[in-house]
Write a protein that binds this ligand. Structure first.
Ligand code: HEC
Ligand code: HEC
Length: 302
């Protein structure tokens, strides 16, 4: 008798658990996946004005470029100042094609050029996550651009330099390499800083990851190709893993400037498996000899 009652209540509670689970878990899991993509893709660093204690994703961070000053917009779910009225399809279009719901052509300072390669499932998860953060009623700022820069010219720029294409695994490469290539190029957009640009601001693909003397905010961005002398070809696997998790470099320094933010907002969240995948990819980035001296390193004892 006693045992039957126990069994019954056990059965009842597991039915209850199962029921609540089947409502909530799906969404929570999707949001969790979205949060991971959000970290790896580095949305936070650009859309949060951390220095001025700005609210999460409320925008307002400025970017000085040869074309003028851009400000990141508010991308919280606020219906007036953010993207609260957007549909999922609007969001997919913004990331895939660099076009707003009203047909505005985005400037490539928003790296949709990389995100257009994101897998649809990842974009949808990201969308679910963005909806779980707090709406902030803060207007976005107007860009302050040079007289010759117009939004309409982005259309021409795209015709020359942009093709929207979801990432496809490359046959003959390992699963780890492919995952690493996806993380580096579609999500973490390493090339947006580590690849030099032409005078129109488009990446020089022949110099993939070879370093950039004129990086964002004037930063000198080092060569991270597999070249032993001028790149990171001499770094061991464990050294790269330590770099991703805490920004430590093999010579006893910590990385500084923008890269410290990339580690903090993004790379430190890599799962062990994904960190190893990124190592596999970087190990095969063709070596290009190109000396870039970086000045921003901090001594570890600081
Ligand atoms: C390098 C900085 C940078 C990163 C990284 C970045 N953005 Fe942006 N984003 C911008 C800027 C600048 C704009 C404004 C572009 C314009 O006005 O043409 C923008 C525009 C947008 C817009 C359009 C908003 C509107 O009101 O039309 C959305 C949506 C957006 N970003 C979402 C994201 C998401 C999601 C991520 C991460 C996957 C992300 N951004 C990563 C800088 C960035
Ligand atoms: C927002 C721009 C930006 C992005 C995005 C970025 N980096 Fe960096 N990275 C830098 C800068 C700037 C430095 C130099 C920092 C310094 O001076 O200490 C750097 C330094 C490094 C270094 C150290 C190299 C050396 O010789 O000391 C490695 C390794 C590295 N980045 C890898 C990556 C990888 C892998 C990605 C993508 C997952 C990435 N970075 C994305 C800007 C960026």
């Amino acid at each position: 008798m006693h045992i039957t009652r126990k069994l019954l209540s056990l059965a009842a509670s597991s039915v209850l658990l199962w029921n609540t689970a089947s409502f909530a878990v799906d969404d929570a899991e999707l949001r969790k996946k979205g949060e991971y993509i959000f970290h790896l893709a580095g949305c936070m660093g650009c859309h949060t004005d951390t220095k001025n204690k700005g609210a999460l994703l409320a925008g307002g961070l400025s970017f000085n470029t040869p074309f003028g000053k851009f400000y990141s917009p508010n991308i919280t779910p606020d219906p007036v100042h953010g993207i609260g009225k957007w549909t999922e399809a609007d969001f997919i279009k913004a990331l895939r094609e660099g076009v707003s719901p009203q047909g505005k052509q985005y400037y490539p300072v928003f790296p949709y050029t990389a995100y257009s390669q994101m897998q649809l499932g990842d974009i949808k998860a990201l969308w679910a996550y963005l909806h779980s953060i707090s709406a902030v009623a803060q207007p976005s700022k107007e860009h302050e651009l040079s007289w010759y820069v117009f939004r309409v010219s982005n259309r021409g720029w795209k015709m020359l330099y942009f093709t929207s294409k979801e990432w496809e695994n490359i046959a003959g490469k390992s699963a780890a390499w492919n995952r690493g290539a996806y993380i580096a190029n579609a999500l973490a957009h390493c090339g947006e800083c580590h690849t030099p640009r032409n005078m129109f601001g488009a990446l020089k693909t022949s110099q993939h990851y070879a370093g950039n003397l004129a990086g964002p905010e004037g930063a000198k961005v080092p060569n991270i190709t597999h070249d032993v002398e001028t790149g990171i070809g001499g770094w061991k696997k464990d050294e790269l893993l330590a770099f991703f998790s805490e920004g430590a470099t093999p010579d006893g320094d910590y990385t500084g400037g923008l890269m410290a933010e990339v580690v903090d907002n993004s790379l430190k969240y890599l799962s062990k498996e994904d960190a190893e995948a990124l190592v596999s990819y970087l190990a095969e980035v063709p070596a290009i000899s190109n000396v870039i001296k970086s000045k921003e390193k901090k001594r570890r004892s600081d």
